[in-house]
Design a protein around this ligand. Sequence first.
Ligand code: SF4
Length: 365
Amino acid sequence: MTSMNPVLVKPIHSALLSWYDQHGRHDLPWQVDKSPYPVWISEIMLQQTQVTTVIPYYQRFISTFPCVESLAAAPIDEVLHLWTGLGYYARARNLHKAAQQVVEVYQGIFPETLEALQTLPGIGRSTAAAILSICHQQPTAILDGNVKRVLARYHAIETWTGETATQKQLWELAEYHTPEKRAGDYTQAIMDLGATICRRSKPSCLLCPLEESCQALAKGLTDKIPSPKPKKTAPLKSVTLTILCNSAGEVYLQKRPPSGIWGGLWSLPEQQSLNQEGILLPEQPNLVMPSFIHTFSHFRLQITPEVYFLDDLQQHEFQDSSGIMEATDAVWYNIAQPKQALGLAAPIKKLLDQFANKDINQETP
Ligand code: SF4
């Protein structure tokens, strides 16, 4: 992780506040009355939703529920109806529950500490800090998606911002940069900068008040930061599949159990399962085909196909040990001219096609 001692970096608040005074957004509907109820509603609506989308929803919501008491007393269906189209409906349900708690526990007055605000449903550390800084000028740091992006770029933090250690580092930086005075304006300023200048794609660095000291810009990393969530590599398992081929060119297939991978499909037997069934194979395979990896949703399977060519005597012995003549869940399958249509797992079909097309015969070393 790129690490930077915050005390060595000049706080950004002076440059940001000067920019905000000139270029920030000052006339959004929730900026008219900077009291906790409207600020809270707007903060919740703005989570995962852009300002232009939020404005008409906010206006309808506030005119229907002008105070926390009216929201608390409303039927949940009416709240959800006004939320229709905004998505993430848990936000609306939490708003309703939190309004009821504010009325019942706090007599309709929002608490004024980070700790108490965070006990309300749907209010996390950043939302609580936004309410306290905007409504009460408390120097509480916020860290929403916009702020994460600005700080990660400004400090050239290249690790994924969702990582625990990176989150901790970003919170420390957010606190470091939040000023004692004009905390509410600073909160609005850094959110505005993230939304309008330091956008996710193609940030307008030439217009940015932080241009001179931004580390991502200096290092040419603005399009690499914030880095996307790393993809998890699925665990790798391995299996050896047995291609038993008789003198008629048929291959021995077994039906998979109904549940589990390839459930109910026909597959090549695993060596392990043959051993468990007491089926005797020659000691060495005639051929080991190249391994390949098949990807399932939760793991990758490395498949190594081993080929055994059975002569008539060996096939006899094999049938004696496997009881194949009576078995209904096993079949000798002619790849070139199948007598019946069998449901084959895709990689098994591919493997059998490869086996057939290689024109492998018993002389193959
Ligand atoms: S200079 Fe560019 S990348 Fe850096 S904070 Fe400003 S807009 Fe974002």
